[in-house]
Design a protein around this ligand. Structure first.
Ligand code: ATP
Length: 211
């Protein structure tokens, strides 16, 4: 099945399914029930059944889903057989943590290079990632199509413009700035402070009845 036939909401859950099924596979399990999946990934089983029907995986009653089949499908759909290179801009505290994080563990994604405006910060490689001065972005970016932004919010627009001019396709924006890009570029926005604030708010106002 072609990837573009999968609804966006389903596609967003793919990495979640993939990670859990990969774990099952490592444990030597060959099948999984929608109930088991549902509890693990916190998606209701009706949604899981509908999602999986798009993948051509029809669960059998009393058997569940074939883990190998699903993994094979996910690998192809998520391009797990190919490595996707990513550039990181801003080697501060958050950026440095990402450089040390092993994205390859679950996904074939790797930060190939990183840029910073501070010459002191780009002197040595970190965790095998080449570091360059931001002024060399145009020259070094090559055909990298995905970027992570961990610069101060005030710098987000200028950097984004440079990335757009270099033909970037997607930006994972960790700055609180709402960046503007042309329609053909995808931006995903993660504001850790806002997420944390929302969690604390919900805990206060909508406490779960955990005993
Ligand atoms: P640190 O304490 O190391 O400065 P931080 O995460 O608190 O880290 P920020 O002020 O958020 O610091 O900046 C993040 C990183 O972005 C820093 O390493 C900074 O040098 C870098 N930076 C700032 N402006 C730019 C820019 N225009 N281009 C690239 N990197 C930049």
């Amino acid at each position: 099945m072609e990837q573009n036939k999968i609804p966006q909401a389903t596609a967003k859950r793919l990495p979640l399914y993939y990670r859990f099924l990969n774990n099952l596979n490592h444990q030597g399990k060959s099948r999984v029930s929608s109930k088991e999946l549902s509890e693990a990934v916190k998606v209701d089983s009706a949604t899981i059944r509908r999602d999986f029907s798009y993948f051509g995986a029809l669960g059998k009653k009393g058997y569940g889903y074939n883990v190998d089949y699903l993994l094979d499908f996910f690998r192809k759909t998520l391009d797990q057989d190919e490595v996707t290179d990513v550039a990181l801009i801003g080697v501060g505290n958050l950026g440095t943590a990402f450089l040390h994080y092993n994205f390859m563990k679950n996904n074939n994604i790797r930060i190939k290079m990183a840029f910073d405006a501070d010459p002191e910060k780009v002197k040595n490689d970190i965790a095998g990632v080449s570091l360059y001065h931001i002024d060399d972005l145009e020259e070094k970016l090559g055909d990298v199509k995905v970027a992570i932004l961990t610069v101060p919010a005030t710098e987000a627009d200028v950097i984004t413009e440079k990335l757009v001019n270099k033909g970037i396709a997607g930006i994972l924006n960790f700055t609180p700035a709402r960046i503007t890009v042309p329609d053909h570029i995808r931006v995903h926005h993660i504001d850790l402070a806002v997420e944390l604030q929302a969690l604390v708010y919900f805990l206060k106002h909508y406490p779960l009845d955990n005993i």
